[in-house]
Ligand binder design. Structure first.
Ligand code: PMV
Length: 342
């Protein structure tokens, strides 16, 4: 079935039973994107203020035709065929695992802009998996939810480390490596007002293209891959030490160094580089591109809320289309628990 078959209007058909609901949120990679695909550790924080909510309404009379799954998405930015293809794989795998055939109206509402490196596709997939499970009375373990999201993510990204699948359901900062997520140990308590400023370059990036770009480069040059992975591993490990010691300036420097490594590999853009410069000039302790790249967002570390506001103002003056502020506590955000997770 082509993804276009899925893009039908939400709300047709007659509802059967209470709709299932699933929720997930955005994420912000502070260090380690791309290198995490090759085994380096990455540091990621949940962004609970950016949300994806899925509602799965069961429709009566199980059928097997392509119209048994109606998918609609609402939110900023347009839905890509890749996202809908991924979602179809997710639904089919859910059916296989649950041993049933679904006939469902799946509506996903997201405030996470797609193509900005903030985990839009994984959050939508996670919300959808939880909504389906809720609608069909299925208990999914955390591992099963992860696998369903990963399946969808592999369609969207080509090659996915799993960091987004975990972080879009996480309630605290995580270090992610080789499929395993660990909570970030506390630290930096002496900087309770530190904040991350996220700025949107206004240009949609493509994680799939960026991942593919590096796959091709590294296939030709394994030494370059090893240098990148070792360099990022050192930065993430060092950043965790900085957090433990409350060294916010050291942590910030590593963000900027990580940006340099990603830029050298062609993952950044001229516009993002200029936003990084603008943030540093405005007093940011460190700044870098975040997520898949080739567009999307950058992140800047601010020592306190006043500095964050000044940096956000400079970023908008330098052409950022929007900015968000994410308060940092103990090296991460004050995340609220997500509802709908089992
Ligand atoms: O662009 P996003 O939000 O999908 O982040 C992708 C992170 C990568 O490291 C580039 C890919 C991955 O699967 O780890």
């Amino acid at each position: 079935m082509h993804s276009a078959d899925l893009l039908r209007t939400h709300g047709d058909g007659i509802a059967s039973g209470k709709p299932g609901v699933g929720r997930a949120h955005g994420k912000l990679i502070l260090l380690g994107e791309h290198a995490v695909v090759y085994g380096a550790p990455a540091l990621v924080v949940p962004v609970p203020q950016l949300t994806a909510t899925a509602t799965a309404t069961r429709l009566p009379a199980a059928g097997t035709g392509p119209d048994r799954i109606a998918l609609a998405m609402a939110g900023p930015g347009s839905v890509t065929p890749l996202a809908t293809d991924g979602m179809l794989h997710l639904v089919t795998e859910f059916e296989k695992r649950a041993g049933l055939t679904v006939r469902v109206d799946l509506f996903i509402e997201s405030t996470i802009l797609p193509g900005r490196g903030l985990g839009s596709s994984a959050a939508c997939a996670r919300a959808a998996a939880l909504a389906l499970a809720d609608a069909y009375g299925q208990e999914l373990s955390a591992a099963e939810v992860y696998e369903l999201v990963q399946l969808s993510e592999r369609v969207a990204h080509g090659r996915a480390s799993g960091i987004d699948a975990v972080a879009t359901g996480a309630v605290s900062p995580l270090v992610f490596r080789d499929g395993i997520a660990q909570k970030v140990p506390g630290g930096a308590a002496e900087h309770p007002h530190a904040a991350f400023v996220i700025a949107d370059s206004g240009v949609r990036g493509s994680t799939k293209d960026a991942v593919q770009l590096l796959t091709s480069r590294f296939a030709r040059d394994a030494e370059l891959r090893d240098l990148f992975v070792t360099g990022v591993t050192d930065l993430t490990t060092g950043a965790l030490r900085d957090l433990e010691h409350g060294d916010l300036a050291g942590f910030g420097r590593r963000l900027t160094e990580n940006h340099g490594l990603l830029r050298e590999l062609g993952i950044s853009t001229g516009h993002i580089d200029s936003l990084v410069e603008a943030a540093l000039t405005a007093g940011s302790l460190g700044a870098k591109i975040t997520g898949g790249g080739l567009g999307g967002c950058m992140v800047a570390l601010a020592a306190d809320t006043a500095a964050a506001e000044a940096i956000a103002g400079s970023l908008r003056a330098a052409g950022a289309t929007r900015t968000w502020m994410v308060p940092a506590t103990n090296g991460g955000v004050r995340a609220e628990p997500t509802n709908g997770s089992k």
